[in-house]
Design a protein. Structure first.
Length: 242
């Protein structure tokens, strides 16, 4: 990697860790546009992370696959390679290739189960269940996930959403509240706890949780969008004023 490529990549990394994502993306673009592209897994992982955050999923997928090919020869870069493979399944999902994402994450989980794999795979199983209407696998796996890490907000939310989808609202409410104890700003939990309270006939609680959900900025990895939270709150408020 040449001097200017290294310089651009290092600037991108500094912008990235400071949370200056637009500047990071511009610097990564410059580094990877050069003929002597970066060779470090850290640079590929950082670039794909910013691309995913920016919604550029196809480009992220292309960079990830190249990064895995280029960097996998260097055993010292193993942790960054793991970061790349984590981003890989996310891009598969975002590109509408959920079954492939599940298959990839199942392989990772079988070899090295962790809080991350329980959270990611549990969410993928939930999304698959929403498509098919069969929640058995999602329920079983996410129950095991909570047994593995009962303080992880993603895993707790996965189980809560599964209970919500099958109409077990008391259980859903319990696990949404546990998830929010760990991460009070988690938009998915706030949004679906509001919907759970509405389903249970508690309109005041539904509106209160919906207000909290709408006050947050939805994650780029969340299935719940800012538009969804604001539209839902608007509907609840209109019902109150009717």
């Amino acid at each position: 990697m040449g001097f200017w490529t290294n310089h651009c990549a290092n600037r991108a990394y500094l912008y990235h860790v400071r949370g200056q994502f637009d500047k990071a993306l511009a610097a990564y673009d410059k580094a990877f546009a050069r003929q002597d592209k970066p060779q470090r897994a850290r640079d590929y992982a950082g670039y794909t992370s910013v691309l995913v955050r920016n919604g550029q999923y196809q480009k992220a997928y292309d960079v990830i696959t190249e990064g895995i090919r280029v960097c996998n020869v260097n055993a010292k870069q193993r942790m960054s390679i793991l970061s790349l493979t984590s981003q890989y399944v996310i891009t598969l999902w975002k590109l509408g290739r959920l079954d492939e994402a599940i298959a990839e994450e199942e392989q990772v989980h079988e070899k090295m189960p962790s809080t991350n794999t329980y959270g990611t795979l549990g969410y993928f199983y939930l999304l698959k269940a929403i498509q098919t209407g069969d929640y058995e696998q999602s329920l079983s796996f996410n129950q095991k996930g909570v047994e593995y890490a009962d303080d992880d907000p993603t895993i707790l939310d996965n189980l809560a959403q599964t209970y919500y989808r099958i109409g077990q609202y008391e259980q859903a409410k319990k696990y949404f509240e546990l998830a929010l104890e760990e991460k009070p700003t988690q938009v998915d939990s706030l949004f679906y706890l509001a919907k759970t309270c509405e389903a249970m006939g508690d309109s005041d609680a539904a509106r209160a949780w919906a207000e909290k959900a709408a006050a947050q900025k939805a994650s780029h990895l969340s299935a719940v969008t800012d538009e969804m939270t604001h539209e839902y709150l608007k509907r609840l408020q209109s019902q109150e004023n009717a």
